[in-house]
Design a protein around this ligand. Structure first.
Ligand SMILES: Nc1ncnc2c1ncn2[C@@H]1O[C@H](COP(=O)(O)OP(=O)(O)O)[C@@H](O)[C@H]1O
Ligand SMILES: [Mg+2]
Length: 332
């Protein structure tokens, strides 16, 4: 679906609008860290057509999230142009960009970002609250259809803690479609899932893509390329092709470093969990997860919930997990 530009927003080039969903021209993004400039994107050109499923693939720090955020109108480029359906997003002010995000772009993140007190159905309904035309019943009906699309209608009345990671991500995908988006961006959508569940999510995305959805997903998971229609390789803030892209494949030495890094993170996470539960008799996984820095969470060797389960199995935690809550036995 090609979006209709909001009244105030001018389509600069109808031609572009008809031909491409996204056009990025010489895109640069530099972050300022105190007095240091970090060049996260250094001249990126991208063209994305309707119904493509683009994978942004590259090592950590290569600029995937930065590029995705620009495509999704979540940030402004330092230099260059970025068009969505012919609209130059770099030229919109904060409010116009916010309207564009709300009405025309879908988002899926690594950690689902569902509201914990709402049911699956209510979470999917959130973006629908901005659609004045729909009655309350109409909104519920539409949310239910979206849950059916991701094969989760039978769990509509469950809250996130009653759902597995893969199911929560499906709710997030349904929610991303609530505003009939022109494009859906996904940042490491399988990053927190075990590989089997990750593949289920990728299969779902492929199905939705075949029905016409346009996706751009950032990933450092090599498996994703089998599901995308096209992969863009990012390295040091640039898109690379040919042998350079080949070179992005992990070398044995890089693999060793990565596994060591993940192992260290796991230890830090375990320490943090044990410290957080001290003196408590119960705590939700959600709360535990929220207390852990995202840099650690993004690079773990196994799923976070499995780390807790293994701590229980090895009796480092005396307690049990039930429906997303950890119940801890009192000593003595
Ligand atoms: N808000 C920020 N402030 C400063 N530097 C940032 C910020 N976000 C990202 N960076 C830096 O920009 C580079 C690209 O980051 P990012 O786009 O997150 O890469 P990726 O998603 O591929 O891991 C990295 O060097 C990162 O440290
Ligand atoms: Mg990232």
């Amino acid at each position: 679906m090609v979006l209709k530009a909001p009244k105030k927003i001018k389509i600069e080039d109808e031609e572009i609008s008809r031909k491409y969903k996204i056009i990025a021209e010489n895109l640069h993004k530099t972050y300022l860290l105190g007095k240091t400039a970090v060049a996260a994107l250094r001249g990126v050109d991208v063209q994305i057509k309707e119904a493509e499923f683009i994978g942004l693939y590259g090592p950590s720090g290569s600029g995937k999230t930065t590029l995705l955020n620009l495509i999704g109108g979540l940030d402004y480029p330092t230099r260059g142009k970025i068009f969505l359906d012919g609209i130059n997003m770099a030229k919109l002010d904060d409010n116009e960009l916010a309207d564009l995000r709300r009405d025309h772009i879908g988002y899926v993140f690594q950690f689902y970002n569902l509201l914990p007190l709402l049911t699956a159905l209510e979470n999917v309904m959130i973006p629908l609250h901005f659609q004045a035309k729909l009655s309350k019943r109409g909104k519920a009906r539409k949310a239910m259809e979206l849950l059916r699309l991701v094969k989760l209608d039978e769990r509509a009345n469950h809250t996130p803690s009653e759902l597995s990671g893969g199911e929560q991500q499906r709710v997030a995908i349904a929610r991303a479609f609530a505003n009939d988006p022109s494009i859906v961006i996904l940042d490491e959508p399988t990053g927190d899932l075990d590989s089997k569940t990750g593949i289920e999510i990728l299969n779902l995305l492929r199905d939705l893509n075949r029905k016409g959805a346009t996706f751009v997903t950032a990933t450092h998971d090599g498996a994703v390329s089998e599901y995308c229609s096209r992969v863009l390789h990012l390295m040091d803030g640039k898109i690379v092709t040919g042998s350079k892209a080949e070179g992005l494949k992990e070398t044995p030495q890089q693999r060793k470093t990565r596994l060591e890094h993940q192992q260290t993170n796991r230890q830090l996470v375990e320490e943090k969990i044990l410290k957080t539960i001290e003196g408590k008799d119960q705590i939700s996984i959600e709360r535990l997860r929220a207390g852990i820095p995202s840099e650690l969470m993004e690079h773990l060797p196994i799923h976070f919930d499995d780390i807790i389960q293994e701590l229980i199995d090895n009796e480092k935690i005396k307690g049990e997990l039930d429906k997303g809550v950890l119940f801890i036995q009192k000593e003595g």
